[in-house]
Design a protein around this ligand. Structure first.
Ligand SMILES: [Zn+2]
Length: 257
C-alpha cells in the first residue's frame, strides 16, 4: 500500500481532470492521499475532496501566505483541526526565499507559533515547510518547548541539519528532486539515514520527478521516488513501500474505520 503524504489536488492546475488524476493514482497502487490545504482559500475545496474515502487532509497556513491572515482564520483552523479527516496541521513553517526582511520573518514566526499551539492543543502532528531557513528553523524548534511530532516536508538541508531534525523527533519528507541527476547531496543523506525516518511525497502539481521533469506532477509519480530510494539503499521496491507507509500510518495515526 502506497501513501502519497503530500499533494495539492485543490490546485487550479487540476481543475479540468482532478477526479481522473486521483482515480489513476488509485489504479496504479497509491491507496491513500494526504491533501495539504495550506492556503485559507483551499480549506473548503479540501473539505469537499475529503468526502472521498482514501483522502485525508492537513490544514494550515503556508509561511508565504501568513501576512494576509486574519484572526478569524485561526479560529477556523481550530475547528478544522477537529474534523475527523484532519490528520495534521501544515504545511507551516519558515520560507526566506522570496522575502527575508525582518518584518516578514516576524510575521512568519508569529503565525508558526500560533499553528504549533493549535497542533499541540488537538494532538496533531505537523507538516513543516522550510526553505532557505534551516538553521533558523532548528534554533526556533529548540527554543519552542514540546514541539509536536511531524515531518520536514521536501527536505533540502544538509546531512547535519537532517540529523538534528531527526533528533528533535521529525521525519524527512522525500520528493521528486531526489531523482534529479544533480541531487548528490540528498542522495547521500538518504543513503545515511535510516529508512524508519523517511516519508515519501510528491508535492504535486509541483516538482515532478526526473522522468516527468517540467510537467505537472501527479500522485501516481510517487512510484519514481520510491524506486529511487530503493536503488540508493539497495532495498526492494516493496520493502521501501512497506516501511515508508508504516512510518506514515504511525506518525499520522491513520484510522481506516
Ligand atoms: Zn506542498
Amino acid at each position: 500500500m502506497i501513501i502519497d503524504t503530500h499533494v495539492h489536488m485543490s490546485d487550479s492546475k487540476f481543475n479540468f481532470d482532478r477526479e481522473i488524476v486521483i482515480q489513476k493514482a488509485f489504479e496504479l497502487g497509491v491507496e491513500i492521499i494526504f491533501e495539504i490545504a495550506c492556503q485559507t482559500d483551499y480549506w473548503d475545496k479540501a473539505l469537499r475532496l475529503s468526502k472521498l474515502d482514501n483522502i485525508f487532509i492537513s490544514f494550515g497556513i503556508h509561511p508565504n501566505y501568513t501576512s494576509k491572515v486574519l484572526a478569524k482564520d485561526y479560529d477556523k483552523l481550530e475547528s478544522l483541526a477537529q474534523n475527523k479527516k484532519c490528520i495534521a496541521i501544515g504545511e507551516i513553517g519558515l520560507d526566506y526565499h522570496y522575502d527575508c526582511s525582518v518584518q516578514s520573518i516576524n510575521i512568519q514566526k508569529k503565525s508558526f507559533v500560533k499553528q504549533l499551539n493549535i497542533a499541540r492543543k488537538y494532538n496533531k502532528p505537523v507538516i513543516i515547510h522550510c526553505r532557505d531557513a534551516y538553521d533558523d528553523m532548528i534554533n526556533f524548534l529548540e527554543e519552542y518547548k514540546c514541539i509536536p511530532k511531524g515531518v520536514i516536508h521536501c527536505f533540502s538541508g544538509t546531512l547535519k541539519q537532517a540529523q538534528m531534525l531527526i533528533r528533535s523527533g521529525f521525519l524527512l519528507g522525500i520528493d521528486g528532486p531526489l531523482t534529479y541527476k544533480n541531487s548528490l547531496n540528498l542522495k547521500q543523506i538518504i543513503l545515511r539515514t535510516d529508512i524508519s525516518k523517511l516519508l515519501v511525497e510528491t508535492d504535486c502539481p509541483y516538482i515532478a520527478p526526473q522522468k516527468y521533469r517540467g510537467k505537472r506532477n501527479e500522485p501516481s509519480y510517487i512510484i519514481e521516488v520510491l524506486k529511487e530510494i530503493a536503488s540508493i539503499k539497495n532495498l526492494s521496491f516493496n520493502e521501501v513501500v512497506d516501511v515508508t507507509t508504516q512510518n506514515a500510518i504511525k506518525l499520522f495515526k491513520i484510522n481506516f474505520s
